[in-house]
Design a protein around this ligand. Structure first.
Ligand code: HEM
Length: 360
């Protein structure tokens, strides 16, 4: 019998958490750290770990994950997310936050070890999407380690915070999303993309290396003093990362053309999300030059990138998650309902998110 996946539950939780966090970030009703972690630590982190647990058996052409492998890491990450949000809602306790980061870190390590085991035992050549997933988990671990180190190096707190947020947003979420989209977008359109494997192999080093440059460069930047090369490292990283996203968009446009610009469907929503990521990188560069404040970019990341990404992916995959196995008219009908106005929804979120992120 197929394993019941936590994905439907976590996708709905993440969409609700993202929508609520988007409103809270824009209206300023709560501490920005609380709203950000409602979206990222409670909503998105467990969902991404569950999604990796779902896609790894597909990429390694092995059997579905056992119940423990499918539920263990996401639920442990969810517990970490709940604890982080409760700490931000109450006293910002360093002990509570370190415990939350440790729980999420154990979740990332166990999922990474399981992924490596599956990759080692697979027959045939290794699917390059796995490298993106392992790199994403590596970034999550480093980002969480920065939180655990914060109480021990109080004078470096801001550097560790900047490393944590960029490693998480562009390393963990960005790499997991880009690695998955190369496979998911053609599926949504119902066509194959034979060049996706080549892009996955060629770009993983550029994407991971540039995310690291951004995280380290921003962490080492000290306004008015500090290492002069640091802002240049972050800027170089943003340009290379943007180049990877742009190359992906260009390859899709060449192969799929007008299939990407439709009022309905999951693919147009995923394209809006990818354009949102590119737009945020450009706004990030403007922010690096002092042209824009940083906080609205976090709201922009939620609205222009994560909401079209998660809603588009969930609309395509929810029917299969709810009833795994051969596709039937039931799957098609539910998918068509969920994808209705997907393109319009994605474009609206993209424009709204970029507008908010670009507010002076
Ligand atoms: C359980 C896991 C996590 C813990 C314990 C944690 C903890 C923290 C802490 C202590 C800060 C510094 C807050 C301050 O300025 O005082 C922070 C900032 C931040 N974290 Fe996390 N974090 C976690 C997971 C994540 C994840 C998974 C993401 C994104 C994918 C993320 C994104 C951010 C962002 C964007 C900020 C900056 C928020 C702002 O100042 O507006 N965090 N985190």
């Amino acid at each position: 019998m197929a394993t019941v996946t936590p994905l439907p539950l976590l996708a709905i939780t993440a969409l609700l958490a993202l929508a609520l966090a988007g409103v809270l970030l824009v209206t300023g009703q709560t501490a920005p750290q609380l709203a950000a972690h409602l979206a990222f630590a409670l909503g998105v982190m467990p969902l991404v770990l569950a999604a990796l647990g779902y896609f790894v058996p597909v990429l390694t052409r092995s059997g579905a994950a056992s119940r423990t492998a499918a539920w263990g890491p996401p639920m442990m990450a969810l517990a970490g997310g709940v604890l982080a949000v409760s700490s931000f809602a109450t006293d910002f306790s360093a002990t509570g936050l370190s415990l939350a980061a440790s729980l999420a870190g154990i979740a990332a390590i166990s999922l990474g070890a399981w992924t490596l085991r599956r990759a080692q035992h697979m027959l045939g050549p290794r699917h390059r999407g796995l490298d993106w997933y392992l790199a994403a988990l590596g970034f999550l671990l480093l980002a969480l380690l920065a939180i655990i180190l914060m109480p021990h190096f109080p004078e470096q707190r801001n550097a560790l915070r900047l490393f944590h947020l960029h490693a998480n947003l562009l390393g963990f979420i960005g790499l997991a999303a880009l690695g998955t989209l190369q496979v998911l977008l053609p599926t949504c359109i119902g066509q194959s993309d034979p060049e996706a494997a080549l892009r996955l192999r060629r770009d993983v080093g550029w994407a991971a290396g540039s995310a690291l440059l951004i995280a380290v460069g921003t962490a080492l930047t000290r306004p008015g003093q500090g290492v002069a090369a640091a802002p240049a490292l972050a800027l170089l990283g943003a340009v290379i990362y943007g180049g990877v996203v742009l190359r992906t968009l260009h390859a899709w446009r060449t192969r799929f053309g007008s299939g990407l610009v439709q009022a309905h469907g999951a693919a147009p929503s995923l394209v809006s999300a990818t354009l949102g990521l590119l737009g945020l990188l450009i706004l990030g560069i403007a922010h690096g030059f002092g042209g824009l404040p940083a906080r609205p970019a976090v709201a922009g990341f939620v609205i222009a990138f994560l909401l079209p990404l998660v809603s588009g992916a969930a609309a395509q995959l929810l029917p299969t998650w709810l009833r795994p196995g051969p596709q039937s008219p039931w799957h098609q009908a539910l998918r068509a309902r969920l994808c209705r106005w997907g393109g319009v929804r994605g474009l609206t979120l993209l424009l709204l998110g970029l507008l908010i992120a670009g507010l002076p």
